[in-house]
Design a protein around this ligand. Sequence first.
Ligand code: ARG
Length: 461
Amino acid sequence: MSKIWKARFDKDIDELADEFNSSLPVDKKMYGQDILASAAHAKMLGKCGIIPTEDADKIIDGLNEILEDVQKGALIIQDAEDIHMFVEQELTKRIGEAGKKLHTARSRNDQVATDLRLYAKDSINAIKKELVSFIQTLIDIAQKNIYTYMPGFTHMQKAQPITLAFHLMAYANMFFRDLKKFNNAYDILDECPLGSGALSGTTYPIDREFTAKELGFSRLTLNAMDAVSDRDFVADFIYNTALTMIHLSKLAEEVITWASDEYRFIELSDSFSTGSSIMPQKKNPDMAELTRGKSARALGNLTSILAVLKALPLAYNKDLQEDKELFFSNEEILLKSIKIFNKMLSTATFNKERMLKSAKRGHSNATDFADYLTKKGVPFREAYQITGKLVNHCIKQDTTIEEMPLSELKKFSILVEEDIYQKISINTLVEQRKFKGGTSPEAVESSIKILKEHLKLIKID
Ligand code: ARG
């Protein structure tokens, strides 16, 4: 493969070294961004009189043709060290001398930093769209299940009854936090490094504001050396995607558990389940399992990017070329997983009777029994002891508090009256938790309303 930099060398690059050095198979994904940034740069060179405007026009036309040809499959991206070299080589092949002027006042170091930021902006927008849609799906399901009772767990042991709406809204809030993190990451990276050159700027009379504006950046980077070596935005992106994957993985784990025969809280659509090659009865929640599995790679990529950046001296070092594979990997994992989850959950059905039955088991009204006594003047710790003994009795007799007659309950505390049955019924348990953020239908409805308003404020470019 012919090299732009080969004049300084006596020998050709070794074949294996050439392949090792090439990033084309990975960074060809950024061809659109590279062409866009190159066109903006050429326009600026022409406007500032650094190259003749006729040459700038030829470059821009040539770049647009390359873009079209790649998009329609007429031009295959190959035979170059990286995407930047490919575009420049192809341009020169097509328009001759003028093409050789494109790289004036530019280095691949500021070029790649610009391309990747442009790519990251598009990618964050795509992720934000998917997150908004997924949160909307969670809200839709929640709205239909404000009164669907289910057990709430701590330590995977039944703790207190909640509603399915409340449970799903816990995830909606988690994903909304992720959305805000992507927003912040976008704001931080929204500055243009073009004009930083290799590391110290350029002697040409360039107009950095012009190119930044052409490319839709809000600000300029303010230190050329930092600008060409900064990949914090890649680390931010990978952290945010990894954390969102961890949230999806938590949800995946619950879906897998709920789909098991022991729980049967959820029935996944056949379209989002798979069978077994040997056991004809099986219906497996593979989509959720794969999401859980893929989150491992998303997390590994985070460790990798941090390790690449650690102790890397200023300014550009080739180690940085590793950034894109990690970026693209997390982008793909997350986009695919959210889309799958969105479809899988909106087509699933919830087994309300099973959930209710399960919520009623496990003595999860014990806290409220203790609270009943406390409200009648028994110090909470004492009420707790009385209730503990009562639950112990229930377990041994294989019964529940509400199944015991009043005369029996009175043996544990004379303060217990007929109203206890209403006070510890599942409806009361859920409906009384009506402060902001609680599980009552009223509280959940109000939290849904607030989240919907917050969602409306999310701006997607
Ligand atoms: N392919 C390179 C990368 O992704 C582009 C920058 C190359 N810069 C250089 N000085 N060799 O990092």
